[in-house]
Design a binder for this molecule. Structure first.
Ligand SMILES: N[C@@H](CCC(=O)N[C@@H](CS)C(=O)NCC(=O)O)C(=O)O
Length: 206
């Protein structure tokens, strides 16, 4: 059986948990705590979750790399559009999300954790995060999912981070997640994004 190495409240693990459930795959979960990453290090040679170990022993780490390999090995219930241009659009969105969108919340977290947070810089970064909410709202204008009307890898990539705009589990008090909560405030002008968060939240996870 496929084995998923995971930690509680991990955003990157939730990406993979959504993808696995969409494909109807059963998994055995190996829960780790960040204080002891030895099971993850032993199996993958690095310390971050998620890690997926396939039944044939193949081991993949990095959440969206895992989703890509899952699509190759289990193409049923696709997570990428069937056409070349659609797949390119999905990959471009995921690269933008990981490489551009994430910069602001990561930098705010680093500022807050530093001995002397730069308040002016946090304000600029906060504006970038608020601006991104408009981008998602526009992407969802007239569609139920980020790339169109089908659930896709783009939804898997973004949901675990954007869901904090609507709610945060009171037990989930990681600093990064508190940043995602505090700096993503939904207003009346985000009806599409709010409905999308509710829609994806209803989906199963492994
Ligand atoms: N690029 C990696 C990032 C993985 C990552 O940062 N995982 C976090 C959990 S969401 C982790 O293991 N954090 C432990 C730590 O940084 O101490 C991915 O997408 O999977």
């Amino acid at each position: 059986m496929i084995r998923l190495y995971r930690a509680p409240f991990s955003t990157n693990v939730e990406r993979v948990a959504l993808a696995l459930a969409h494909k109807g795959l059963e998994v055995e979960s190996v829960w780790i705590s960040y204080e002891d990453r030895s099971p993850v290090e032993r199996v993958s040679g690095q310390s971050l979750v998620p890690v997926l170990e396939f039944d044939d022993g193949a081991v993949v780490f990095d959440s969206m790399q895992i989703v890509k390999v899952l699509e190759e090995r289990h193409p049923a219930a696709p997570l990428y559009p069937p056409d070349f241009a659609g797949r390119a659009r999905a990959m471009r969105f995921i690269d933008w999300f990981n490489g551009v969108w994430k910069v602001a919340p990561n930098a705010i977290e680093a500022e807050i954790a530093s001995p002397q947070p730069d308040v002016a810089r946090i304000e600029v970064l906060a504006e970038a995060m608020a601006g991104s909410l408009e981008v998602f709202e526009r992407m969802l204008d007239g569609r139920s999912h980020l790339l169109g009307d089908e659930f896709s890898a783009a939804d898997c990539a973004a949901f675990p981070f954007l869901k904090y705009a609507l709610r945060r589990d009171p037990e989930d008090d990681e600093l990064f997640h508190r940043v995602l909560d505090s700096y993503q405030q939904l207003g009346d002008d985000h009806p599409g994004l709010k409905a999308w968060i509710e829609r994806i939240d209803e989906r199963p996870r492994v």
